[in-house]
Write a new protein. Sequence first.
Length: 284
Amino acid sequence: MTSLPPMLLNGRNPAASDLDWLLASRALAFGEGVFTSIRITAGQAVFLEDHLLRLQSGLAALLYPSEAVDWLLLEKEIKTLSHQLQEGMLKVMLLAGPGGVGYRRAKKQVWYRFIRPRLLSINNQAYQAGIACWWQACPGSNPESSSKHLNRLSQTLASEGCPNHFAEALQYNADGKVSEAIARNVFWFANGCWHTPSLQTGALAGVMRRQLLSHLTTNQVLQVKSDLETLKQAEEVFVCNSLQGIWPVTSLQDANGCLANWPIGPQTQQLMAVFHPQLGLPLN
């Protein structure tokens, strides 16, 4: 079994005494904190700048100032662990420590940096043959849904609702608009350009989503509020995140049967060819 580098808590190995503050922390009690999961390949943290921006914007969404965290030190710790890990992923968490009375925060909140190295399982079949997705309602929108904060109850319930033989589920919000997959953003190609749900649908502002929006020119991608019937008319569909890249979607199903089928088309393959070498992932 491959050995992993040690976890880091504020730049050191966690100790048993850290349970004292963790059990009393706002992170544990209220899910107060943010996290991001970074793909590590060839000892490098892929899209590191965007991951740091995600953490910073998530902290701002929770109404905390940027100076609550030493960003240069966090970046240094991520790069050090990336070099030690070489291949896998890092889960980077910013945890609000103890403080305040009930829900009311203290005037000055203590924050902890926690980085956990992990191996990453690669689903080769998903790249080669695509995946079937389940179609379901989003169980409920988290507050600040575009940020990746520690409260992931909506995603947990969504995973419970998705049958085990489906690798992912595409979800629609209370207005019936396509929002996102459980752990990925969704894109589809139709009428000569790409489409992805706008953040107003409850979609997460994912790092891979941001990369794709930056890569595609303004007239190549639209951020939309679309329903199932629009999605059915797509020529190609994929889901994506910054750990496992692009998974082509070949069918969509619910309890009544198959709702739609799509090919693994040239537009999807082209984007896989752009991003997967950077992520150390297979091509179609």
